[in-house]
Design a protein. Structure first.
Length: 112
């Protein structure tokens, strides 16, 4: 009876050691795989950059338009723009947050 327990124990030990050996044998990626991953990363960074550039220009246009409205004292337009922005900006923030959660976004440090 003790002999069968020892053999079971040895079998499980051998299986566990085999599992540890398999974990340490890491497959090295090929050069094409690395280049494809790098190219995908660059494409995603380019898309993020373009999106941020468009957001920057839209913000600059809004600021300039607000300045022009204030300079010419068009208070009705100023109030209308603020009223529309009160509803549009939270909607845009909600859409952007939802898109970021659903998409695998590239962050500033390059970490997924």
């Amino acid at each position: 009876m003790k002999k069968s327990n020892d053999t079971e124990w040895l079998d499980t030990l051998k299986a566990d050691l085999k599992t540890l050996e398999d974990v340490q044998n890491v497959r090295v990626p090929e050069q094409t795989e690395l280049l494809n991953t790098l190219n995908e990363f660059k494409e995603r960074r380019k898309k993020v950059f373009l999106r941020e550039l468009v957001a920057f220009f839209l913000t600059a246009i809004v600021i300039f338009t607000t300045y022009v409205v204030i300079a010419f004292k068009l208070t009705s337009v100023f109030i209308l723009v603020h009223f529309v922005a009160l509803f549009v900006i939270p909607l845009l923030l909600f859409i952007e947050r939802k898109r970021r959660k659903s998409e695998d976004e590239v962050f500033s440090r390059g970490i997924r």
